[in-house]
Ligand binder design. Sequence first.
Ligand code: INI
Length: 152
Amino acid sequence: MRTLRGQADGRGLKIGVVISRFNGEITDRLLEGALQALNDCGVDTDDVTVVSVPGAIEIPGAAKKLANKVDAIVTLGAVLRGETEHFTYVCKAAQEGMIRVALDSGVPMTFGVLTTENSEQALARTGGPKGHKGYDVAKDAVELANTYKLIG
Ligand code: INI
């Protein structure tokens, strides 16, 4: 038996980050954490492409355009239930779209779209007591890019 698990070593990898601006106070923090993680993993700043889109619904389309240009894609967004009546619709569109792009393209993608009740819960997950989702999903993307290379 052998287990294939890539290292979180970003040297030589090209990483795309798609970030939505809706609830920007939170998504800015997600981006800050993601960029920190990519730097910690050794990804060269010149190998990071950040694409900014209006809201979570636009993330899959931008990810699809980026997919064949990078080794992995990190998606970042924030959907807050308390601030939208169509919370479920936005979450479903973003999530299903991203999964479709990831499967169709074969490019590893990680899902850093926070779906929380309110901004306190989102802030707690972007450098607060619940950790940092932006940091975690960026590190996961680096690992996954290397795992896919191992699979061949
Ligand atoms: N987009 C988000 O990223 N988060 C939200 O909480 C949100 N709310 O509340 O509606 C949201 N809506 C915008 C949507 O993603 C699109 O940008 C918009 O519908 C234009 O296509």
